[in-house]
Design a protein around this ligand. Structure first.
Ligand SMILES: Nc1ncnc2c1ncn2[C@@H]1O[C@H](COP(=O)(O)OP(=O)(O)OP(=O)(O)O)[C@@H](O)[C@H]1O
Ligand SMILES: [Mg+2]
Length: 382
């Protein structure tokens, strides 16, 4: 038995042990499954425990089940199997007006017959907040999303990005304990999006709001979140803080999905404790760390980040295996140099170096040797 992120027990298959919900969890999914048609599971076995105040992002390809999870948590869909707990109580037993959940939908759903200010005042009226306090909170929420002058407009008189900002303000205006946001910044330009990313995380942390955030944008997920849950095919593939997710992906899907990644395919030749040797398909050998492969003879995809590849021999350990590489392209990006190389049959192998005073500019056609620290190279499932 090992301990989960919030102290809840996790069994050998990685599932949370039901019936032992941890005291610290504010939101908890226990073995949740969802089928819309009674046949296909779009959420397969979801286990997740979030402490109060956490900012958690669900990141994953289209159709992987992210919105479905939010809808079940908000109470708009019911789980086919399993249980969802809010503050230790099954969500089904909590009446909607007592759930204290603010939500930004993927298609922002403002009330079309109400003005912007009326849209924002609505959740406050439902909670019986007096007029003057209501007006003050509405104005503060509008200012926060830089829409202070738009209170009297109707949603149809706003651009998509402006509507999205109003939807965000409406979800936060009543200072909910839990906020669910489904792609809330998709319609905004880069500058405004970055500003709102900062504002959302600042507000969430300041007010102690627990947040479940959904995005396709991995940079957004890495920069905003305490933890990121990477979804694929109705399952969480990995749940970890951003740095761990990027530096220690646990399977090939996560390695490919998060950040830029080089993949070399081969067969596990030998395993010795925390290290292994992989025989690549072109016959060359490299050092790596076995992550979710263990048997010699097993096929593997090794994963190495572009910024961890070294072509300066002085920086490599003398016993490290190196590979021959041919430079195909040099791309000057200002702060970094980006090289595309042909390595062990892969013509899309990327190497990045910082534009330091002594940085070497390799030229196309040049033949070099590259290598890395074995601990930066991960042998994953093929
Ligand atoms: N109301 C519904 N009835 C039937 N199937 C549905 C319904 N809503 C979603 N699905 C299906 O469930 C799966 C998961 O959908 P979901 O909306 O949760 O994905 P998502 O991860 O939010 O995707 P996206 O990133 O495109 O928004 C998809 O295959 C989708 O077609
Ligand atoms: Mg969705």
């Amino acid at each position: 038995m090992k301990s989960g992120p919030t102290g809840s027990r996790i069994d050998a298959t990685g599932g949370l042990v039901t019936g032992t919900s941890s005291d610290a969890a504010f939101v908890e999914f226990q073995r949740v499954q969802k089928s819309y048609d009674g046949e296909n599971l779009v959420v397969k076995d979801l286990n997740l425990a979030m402490p109060k105040g956490e900012f958690l992002t669900m990141l994953g390809p289209s159709g992987s089940g992210k919105t479905t999870c939010l809808m079940m948590l908000a109470g708009f869909e019911t789980a086919t199997h399993g249980e969802i707990l809010l503050d230790g109580r099954p969500i089904n037993n909590i009446p909607p007006h007592k759930r204290g959940i603010g939500m930004v939908f993927q298609n922002y759903a403002l009330f079309p017959h109400m003005t912007v200010a009326e849209n924002l005042a609505f959740p406050l009226e439902v909670r019986k907040i007096g007029k003057s306090e209501r007006e003050e909170k509405v104005q503060r929420a509008l200012d926060m999303v830089q829409m202070g002058a738009f209170g009297s407009r109707r949603p149809a008189q706003l651009s998509g990005g402006q509507q999205q900002r109003i939807a965000l303000a409406r979800a936060l205006v009543f200072e909910p304990e839990l906020v669910l946001m489904d792609e809330p910044l998709g319609a905004l330009d880069k500058q405004l999006r970055e500003h709102m990313q900062f504002e959302i995380t600042r507000l969430a942390h300041e007010l102690g709001i627990t947040t479940v955030y959904v995005t396709h944008d991995q940079t957004e997920a890495l920069t905003m979140s305490d933890r990121v849950a990477v979804f694929d095919d109705g399952r969480i593939q990995q749940l970890a803080p951003p740095d761990q997710l990027y530096e220690e992906p646990e399977n090939s899907f996560v390695a490919q999905f998060i950040g830029e990644n080089n993949t070399l395919e081969g067969v596990l030749k030998s395993v010795d404790g925390g290290k292994c040797v992989v025989a690549l398909d072109d016959g060359s050998e490299i050092d790596a760390v076995p992550i979710n492969v263990s048997q010699p003879g097993e096929r593997t995809k090794v994963s190495i980040r572009p910024e961890r590849v070294e072509f300066n021999k002085d920086r490599l350990s003398p016993e490290a295996h190196t590979l021959k590489a041919v430079v195909k392209e040099f791309i000057y990006m200002g702060d970094v140099f980006r090289f595309r190389m042909s390595v062990a049959g892969n013509d899309e192998f990327i190497v990045k170096t910082r534009n330091a005073p002594d940085a070497v500019r390799l030229t196309p056609g040049q033949e070099i040797e590259i290598g890395w620290l074995a601990q930066d190279c991960r042998a994953l499932d093929a």
